[in-house]
Design a protein around this ligand. Sequence first.
Ligand SMILES: [Fe+2]
Length: 331
Amino acid sequence: MPLRHLLLTGFLILGYSALGAQQAPTAEPVATATRVGPTSKPAASAAPAAAAQASKPSIELSAPREMGSVRFGILGDTGTGDRRQYEVGDLMTKAMQIFPFEFVIMLGDNIYGSERPQDFVKKFEKPYEGILSQKIPFYAALGNHDDPTQRYYKPFNMNGERFYTFKKGDARFFALDSNYMDQEQLKWIEEQLSRANDRWKIAFFHHPLYSSGARHGSEVDLRTRLEPLFVKYGVDIVFAGHEHFYERIVPQKGIYYFTQGGSAKLREGNIRVNSALTSKGFDTDNVFMVAELGKDFMQFQVISRRGKRVDSGSVPLMPEPKQADDKSRSQ
Ligand SMILES: [Fe+2]
């Protein structure tokens, strides 16, 4: 039995009007949230509620739950410049009113096709204008469609590096370039992981180590190189893209893997049916994801282009010290 269990939460499904933008995060235990039936009514009178509803987005999304948590958004395979990317961007902007994330990670394939200055406008700056205008930083990883010179594009916050790390609260993020997992990068990631004493260790890059995608599937070579380091140094969660759908993987060696490459392109029906790797899959619409890293749990929600919550849950933090607990993670 793995030490860590994913606690599916049956999150409260509420519209924004019932939650309110200023609602304080609740201390409600994640496993005891109550589903509200269609006839449940908020305590407030109907007229103000109706007026509020008219001006608020309709998104199945809960507010953050923990005071002081690290809140972020997750986008993958975004850079098409087409209608779907803009629709997801618009919805994610609205979602900030309910779930005010502080930054966004991008899982690669940030700009498809030509990469002229006007392409960065059309395929990044415009679709996420509402988020960027609120001074929310983006942190990008490079995908197979991305020119490595993207690392010099200021709004991607890569500081001229193919792979880099940054800290947010008590979480450390590691952005990798999975296109070229050479010795230099492997040495770097091992060094960085070994010296990191942050509560959370989160890795993100483009190619998924585990995937049920019929088109690509798991990147086994890459897994051979990275997984031993992730296990040894206690990486908690890994985000990847490349597959144009959403998939939450059955925990592997104590690590939780998410594939989120469906923020603009969609490979409909591509998740292999009955794959033993799939905890939850969604391949019928585009999505964005939000998450908060709390003291002991990461809460996540995945929202479709139509505002439906298609997955949510809670991932427990692995107890420290992580390195002394190697055996439990390699079940
Ligand atoms: Fe890709």
